[in-house]
Write a protein that binds this ligand. Structure first.
Ligand SMILES: Cc1cc2nc3c(=O)[nH]c(=O)nc-3n(C[C@H](O)[C@H](O)[C@H](O)COP(=O)(O)OP(=O)(O)OC[C@H]3O[C@@H](n4cnc5c(N)ncnc54)[C@H](O)[C@@H]3O)c2cc1C
Length: 441
């Protein structure tokens, strides 16, 4: 069974024109469209499959500041407030709760790393508590084991991946925006070098502004326009178990396994940093730029198979605007689950958290994490095409910072004071090497 997803009805009729068109209905695209609509812009969001059906419903649901790279931390902090404000403003429930995140460890090295991050976080006003052995063992009592130490980040939380993007899309509709599912954007039109329209499979929308929030498809889309956006996909496989386990923390990370309480009372189980790299021509093309990332993170990556070719999201082929594209052939990127990882995750979870023995496997799925060479997203206007704003490459951290990223996109489009300093995210940096720039976590 694939990842659970709330299905919503959207707008059948495509508008002829819009102030802004958002391409991609993941968490980043829906929040960008939401904040644009709140500012009174006429917004159309086009999604080739279903709202939230790719990475944004396939993740753990963690909305964390804990262990964030310094470049992403301000956006993470703002996003936690925005998750809360969204519920109050829209009356929609994303499942967001500030329940805190718990990290437990028996490794002195890991604990020292967390303590260093705590010291840095203090300097920017973020609260996180290191736990000594007694405190960690008490907080981790559901494991029935002693722990050397841990961290508890009380202001962090989780939201519900199955419903978050769909309910934000519903909020866009309430504000008068339009949302179009099964509607791939095939490309753009320009006039005098500036964006003048978005060409979709159902017709062209005239607009001066488009936001490319296409997740793992963004690099292929950019390639059609002659824009080099280095992106690589890592396949991550996780599972959900039924309700039935009692006394577990809402969100727990250990080196062996991580667990997160789901909205239905079940749990998502995963092993952190265990991804498969499925080689594709796009990956080979960008491999020199990803070398610093592979050197730093090789322990958490393993070679995959031919899955990337089947999926078609990293195609090098040029496509026409008047014929079906790979995006219409693959409405929802649903890569094959790595069964060995699922078995290992489940057995580790039962060993670490015995109450999970009262549950059964409800679903297992994989998702392609779209990474950039430095592990920080690309957000900003593309210099070669004025009017085209990139918001992709969230590198496995984008769900929690979706609201902040969407807000920043709206700030860029409307010329408002940016919610955070946009410079660390600007896509121009991809022209330079990522040596020494790869995010720590
Ligand atoms: C297993 C796993 C666990 C994760 N855990 C976490 C976590 O706990 N916390 C966290 O913060 N992040 C997590 N992430 C990362 C997070 O899910 C992503 O960073 C985030 O969802 C990215 O959102 P997005 O909107 O950029 O992309 P997506 O959700 O992938 O959405 C992109 C959308 O664009 C659409 N699209 C693409 N091209 C076109 C086109 N041309 N026309 C129309 N539509 C198009 C796609 O169909 C897709 O729906 C995890 C990811 C995975 C896979």
């Amino acid at each position: 069974m694939p990842a659970l997803l709330k299905l919503i009805n959207t707008t059948p009729q495509l508008p002829e024109d819009a102030d802004a068109v958002v391409i991609g209905g993941g968490i980043v695209g829906v929040f960008a469209a939401y904040y644009l609509a709140r500012r009174g812009l006429k917004v159309a969001l086009v999604e080739k499959g279903r709202i939230g059906a790719e990475q944004s419903s396939r993740n753990w649901g963690w909305c964390r500041q804990q262990n964030r790279d310094a470049r992403e931390l301000p956006m993470a902090t703002k996003s936690l407030d925005l998750w809360e404000r969204f519920a109050a403003e829209s009356g929609e429930d994303t499942g967001f709760r500030r329940g805190g995140l718990l990290y437990l460890s028996n490794s002195e090295e890991e604990l020292a790393g967390w303590a260093r991050w705590r010291d840095f976080a203090r300097t920017v006003g973020v609260t996180t508590h290191m736990l000594d052995s007694a405190q960690a063992t008490e907080r981790g009592r559901a494991t029935g084991k002693p722990w050397k130490g841990g961290v508890f980040s009380p202001t962090d939380g989780t939201a519900d991946p199955a419903s978050a993007a769909p309910v934000v899309a519903r909020a866009i509709l309430k504000l008068g925006g339009t949302v179009h599912q099964s509607c791939a954007a095939r490309g753009i039109e320009t006039e005098s070098g500036r964006l003048s329209g978005v060409v979709t499979e159902h017709g062209t929308i005239r607009t001066k502004t488009a936001v490319l929030a296409g997740g793992a498809w963004a690099s292929s889309f950019c390639r059609q326009l002659g824009i080099r956006f280095p992106q690589a996909s890592v396949r991550s496989s996780i599972l959900a178990v039924s309700p039935g386990a009692v006394g577990l923390p809402d969100a727990l990370h250990t080196a062996a396994v991580s667990v997160t309480r789901r909205a239905d009372g079940g749990y998502t189980l995963a092993i952190s940093g265990r991804g498969r790299v499925d080689p594709t021509p796009q990956q080979l093309r960008f491999s020199p730029q990803f070398l610093p990332m592979f050197v730093k993170r090789w322990r958490s990556l393993a070679p995959g198979g031919l899955e990337g070719f089947r999926s078609g999201h990293e195609t090098l082929a040029r496509w026409r605007l008047d014929a079906p594209t790979p995006m219409e052939r693959m409405r929802i990127l649903d890569p094959a689950v790595d069964k060995a990882t699922i078995r290992l995750t489940h057995s580790r979870a039962l060993a670490v958290l015995p109450p999970l023995k009262n549950t059964s496997i409800a679903a297992a799925w994989a998702g392609y994490i779209d990474s950039t060479p430095d592990g920080v997203p690309g957000i900003g206007e593309i210099a070669a095409v004025p009017g085209l704003i990139l918001a992709a490459g969230f590198s496995g951290h984008g769900f929690g910072i979706g609201p902040g990223a969407g807000h920043l996109v709206a700030d860029i489009v409307t010329g408002n004071e940016p919610i955070v300093d946009p410079r660390p995210y600007h896509p121009d940096r991809f022209r330079k090497s990522a040596w020494g720039q790869v995010a720590d976590f």
